[in-house]
Design a protein around this ligand. Structure first.
Ligand code: FEO
Length: 400
């Protein structure tokens, strides 16, 4: 049975939701599922924008067939070839042998790499600012390399002001019937997943995202149709502003993220003592996470959100506690910048984690590490209350 929604009078969402996938890219947990969005335009010519993950292919094909209602499919526009979208391309080519494929040169190269038989079709290669007409609608293509793969392009329907934005402006979370961001309480129920999606999938490529936003500056965008999550037709500025913060590595909130790595609870106790002192002194926007039982994608998202980060780690095999080390490696890989850090270290002998974490942070861009730190020798002692207090003061002073 088909399951489609109308975006406008002649544009349909023909994508699918996936609640069976546990890990997006086999890495990131998606307990709320994910949607693979595809859109079908019924103009003088019919145009299908993008495909879906293999897991959702059957639903997608039923949707496309239903909306076409016997019409032929004239164009397949491929903005992005990562298999969460591109995997079903071949199925469209098989079912609609006359379809013309529209994509960038690199996207065509990827289609061939994935083994798709594109060469029996008319392949229309587009580059920046190339246009396509489907009748009433005119489309302009804008290349968007590394948002989030090198072949990516977005397209803008100048007739209706619709931006088909590829991975940009996407989010984790299945749609489950809702299509538009204004049909949900996005700021309450979706923003955390949107941040986790952006920061972990596209976070590394902030400069490329900003380049795309600059290209799109002059466009009169009324609707954004991303490849994941809700369609935006209202309050576009809200989501745009979030993306500008993320892409420029500016924190969204003044607050303190405390991430601790603790084997037996003693480093955790130090983290909690610091959190209590910060709150007592008036900074209550404090979030505390155990690095061992919080997925690193969540830690990364929170790191993009908060202005200040305290890393508290036990020393392990004369190094940084492995899950903390892995979090720091991800932070570097995803290009987080412009944060202020404080360090808490613990070691029963040969305490090394503080210096080592500082060294990791020195290798990242525009990170400030406060001089004040806290060394725990096995367990925080009552006579170290002053040191906890001083660390809280140093964090607060750096926030002023
Ligand atoms: Fe949703 Fe980069 O694919």
């Amino acid at each position: 049975m088909y399951s489609v929604r109308k975006v406008t009078d002649d544009l349909y969402w023909v994508g699918a939701n996936d609640h069976r996938l546990a890990l997006f890219e086999n890495v990131h947990p998606i307990p709320r599922g994910v949607s693979y969005n595809s859109y079908l335009l019924l103009d003088e010519q019919t145009v299908l924008f993008d495909a879906v993950d293999w897991s959702a292919c059957r639903q997608y094909l039923e949707n496309v067939e239903h909306v076409l209602a016997g019409r032929s499919l004239d164009y397949l526009v491929i903005h992005h070839m990562e298999p969460d979208h591109g995997a079903s391309v071949e199925e469209i080519l098989i079912r609609y042998p006359q379809v013309k494929i529209v994509a960038t040169a690199k996207a065509f190269a990827f289609m061939r790499q994935f083994g798709f038989h594109v060469d029996g079709h008319e392949c229309i290669q587009v580059k920046d600012k190339d246009t396509l007409s489907s009748g009433r609608h005119q489309f302009t293509f804008l290349t968007a390399p590394m948002v989030h793969w090198p072949e990516v392009a977005v397209s803008f329907d100048t007739t209706d002001g619709i931006l088909f934005s590829a991975d940009a402006f996407g989010t984790f979370g299945a749609l489950d019937g809702k299509l538009f961001a204004d049909e949900v309480d996005f700021d309450r129920d979706w923003i955390d997943d949107a941040r986790r999606y952006y920061t972990n999938i596209v976070g590394k490529y902030g400069a490329n995202v900003m380049a795309l936003l600059k290209k799109a500056e002059g466009l009169d965008i009324k609707t954004i149709c991303p490849l994941h999550g809700p369609v935006w037709r209202k309050d576009l500025g809200y989501f745009m502003d979030k993306h500008i913060h993320w892409a420029t590595y500016q924190p969204e909130e003044k607050g303190v993220l405390i991430v601790y790595g603790s084997m037996y609870g003693n480093t955790e106790a130090a983290a909690q003592a610091l959190a209590a002192r910060l709150c007592e002194k008036g900074m209550t926007n404090v979030a505390v996470y155990d690095v061992s039982n919080t997925h690193v994608s969540q830690l990364i998202a929170e790191s993009f959100k908060y202005s200040h980060i305290v890393l508290a780690s036990v020393t392990y095999n004369l190094g940084i506690y492995p899950p903390m080390h892995s979090y720091l490696a991800d932070m570097k890989a995803l290009n987080l910048q412009k944060r202020t850090f404080a360090v808490v270290e613990n070691g029963s002998w040969a305490c090394k984690s503080g210096d080592l974490m500082r060294k990791e942070l020195e290798g990242m861009k525009e990170m400030t590490v406060l001089d004040a730190d806290l060394t725990v020798t096995s367990a925080l002692r009552d006579d170290q209350a002053g040191a906890v207090d001083a660390l809280a003061d140093a964090v607060l002073a750096s926030m002023a």
